[in-house]
Design a protein around this ligand. Structure first.
Ligand SMILES: [Zn+2]
Length: 160
């Protein structure tokens, strides 16, 4: 089945905070809409990556619905691009960008040290002890996320 990419949500964390996912919405051949959640660290992401890169309006083939659903696309569909959009709408740069982004953080306890938080496909990684050995969101990642939320809020206020 073919489908057209109509909308992309910004990436967000799952409730347990462990995976970052992005929800994509497609218009199906019969005009109805169906969504799918994509996790960049999953193997099936390789099929979707070119679609996300191509952006809104991209028409894809190889789409299967999830068993028992009419509005959920199976993320394991081996999709391919049928037609790129006539007018490209590039995605703004964010954590889901294709090049890793690194932010440097001075250590809270020893300002001479610094830690680096790197986002690659929406997955943050930090060089600090807490992240490496406990494998969970450390204070640097949390601080960065907080900062981003505030920036986003400021931008929104600036619009009004
Ligand atoms: Zn850290």
């Amino acid at each position: 089945m073919t489908a057209k990419l109509k909308k992309m949500d910004p990436p967000k964390y799952s409730r347990n905070g462990k995976v970052c996912f992005q929800r994509l919405y497609f218009e199906l051949e019969d005009g109805s809409w169906a969504a799918t959640d994509l996790v960049p660290s999953y193997r099936n992401y390789k099929w979707w990556e070119p679609v996300i890169k191509s952006g809104l309006g991209t028409e894809i083939g190889g789409v299967f619905l999830k068993d028992g659903y009419r509005d959920k696309i199976n993320a394991d569909s081996q999709v391919y691009i049928v037609q790129e959009p006539l007018l490209k709408q590039p995605q703004p740069q964010n954590e889901f960008s294709f090049t890793p982004r690194t932010y440097s953080f001075p250590s809270f306890t020893n300002p001479k040290n610094s830690y680096e938080v790197t986002y690659h496909y929406g997955i943050p990684q930090c060089t600090c002890f807490d992240f490496k050995y406990r494998n969970r969101k450390c204070k640097h990642i949390k601080a960065l996320e907080q900062q981003k939320v505030e920036e986003a809020q400021q931008k929104q206020t600036a619009l009004f």
